[in-house]
Design a protein around this ligand. Structure first.
Ligand SMILES: Nc1nc2c(ncn2[C@@H]2O[C@H](COP(=O)(O)OP(=O)(O)OP(=O)(O)O)[C@@H](O)[C@H]2O)c(=O)[nH]1
Ligand SMILES: [Mg+2]
Length: 364
């Protein structure tokens, strides 16, 4: 299952954001500490196309794409040196495939700030530095082992060169995700679960009094950082959206618009997290089940078949494919799509597109 870890400094609103996303009702409190095992919850990725297909087919079973969110304990300065929850926290981060980095923007005298003042850019940097230092220590441990080898194999020599390159990059205080790797190097790198290699979405956790962007002097700096670094950036009114989560969607929207907030952040956040992971989905449809299947960008038809069942990949003959947009544009009629050549048979190497509706023809 896909997994997004929610990271950030202590008392930045991580559990609040987790509750907004998952509606799981995790404990939110104005003091830090205590719990180390994370809160977890699985949510469905919202998708209007999927909802429409369900409406058309009225299936017995509905299976949207799932993604798991994990609310981690707060990070503090020097965590990589063992401060706060330190390394046990960082090992939980290693499990996640993507990071949602919550940055505190709200000012609240009842909730102590671990760094005393509100300064989103500084806070983002503290967490980033801890992630970099943790990756560095993993690399240095491995390099030490490699250096101790009397007769390193050619693979080990290549690994050594690669890790030294990574180390030098981290020394510049830059995350590993900004490096480029050959396919061979990628295979080696994958074995390490580096934290700064994970895609990251920054969530600016705002107070309801901060709806007017012109009153946020640090916002331009955060936006520049996100675009320079290729990070996602979402503004979220964490506490407010958590409090209204039980209202109907239109009531929520009305409530927020009265505060000058144009769009609830929840759905956008889930979608952004999903696309951040480089994931797409295809649909299978029918009276029995309508299902969204998660695969990676540039996966082929036979890989898509394998996501459904290994038998389908093994006995793959052809994939019958129509894209959702064409299906919708032709009144959800397979016959019409076939007539126009939009419903067609594709071979093993066909690159599946986000929103393809697929039926695998196979023989085992
Ligand atoms: N005013 C205001 N308070 C907020 C906002 N978001 C969170 N808080 C408050 O900040 C406190 C901490 O929120 P949590 O969501 O528990 O923070 P956390 O990052 O999970 O905290 P730890 O897990 O202890 O690190 C709670 O008292 C929240 O009500 C916000 O947008 N505005
Ligand atoms: Mg928390």
């Amino acid at each position: 299952m896909l997994n997004c870890g929610i990271v950030g400094l202590t008392l930045s609103g991580k559990s609040t954001v987790f509750n907004v996303i998952t509606r799981a009702g995790a404990e939110v409190k104005p003091y830090a500490g205590g719990k180390t095992d994370p809160n977890r919850a699985v949510v469905s990725v919202p998708d209007a196309r999927f909802d429409k297909l369900v409406e058309i087919y009225q299936p017995k079973k509905i299976t949207p794409a799932p993604v798991e969110f994990v609310d981690l304990a707060g990070l503090s300065r020097d965590a990589s040196k063992g401060a706060g929850l330190g390394n046990s926290f960082l090992s939980f981060v290693a499990e996640s495939e993507a990071l949602i980095h919550v940055v505190r923007c709200f000012d609240n005298p009842d909730v102590p700030h671990p760094e005393d003042t509100v300064d989103p850019l500084r806070d983002w940097n503290i967490v980033e530095t801890e992630l970099i230092l943790r990756d560095l220590s993993v690399i240095e441990n491995r390099l030490k082992k490699l250096h101790d080898k009397k007769k390193p194999s050619p693979e080990e020599q290549a690994e050594n060169t690669l890790l030294e390159r990574c180390r030098d990059h981290l020394f510049e205080e830059l995350p590993l995700r900004e490096m480029t790797f050959s396919p061979d190097e990628t295979r080696v790198i994958r074995g390490f679960t580096f934290l700064t290699l994970k895609p990251e979405l920054v969530v600016l956790n705002l107070d309801e009094t901060q709806a007017d962007a012109s009153l946020l002097p640090w916002l331009a700096g955060m936006e520049k950082l996100a675009s320079n670094r290729g990070l996602g950036l979402v503004r979220l009114f964490g506490r407010m959206e958590m409090e209204i989560a039980d209202l109907a969607p239109d009531e929520q929207a009305e409530f927020l618009s009265e505060l000058g907030i144009s769009e609830p952040g929840r759905e956008r956040l889930i979608r952004e997290a999903y696309s951040l992971l480089g994931l797409i989905y295809f649909f299978t449809v029918g009276k029995e089940e309508v299902k969204a299947w998660t695969i990676r960008e540039k996966n082929t038809a036979v890989e898509a078949a394998g996501a459904i069942h290994s038998d389908l990949a093994r006995g793959f003959i052809r994939a019958q494919v129509v894209h959702y947009v064409d299906f919708e544009g032709n009144g959800f009629s397979n016959a019409k799509c076939r007539e126009k050549g939009l419903l067609r048979l594709e071979g093993k190497e066909y690159l599946v597109k986000d929103g393809d509706i697929i039926e695998i023809r196979f023989n085992v």
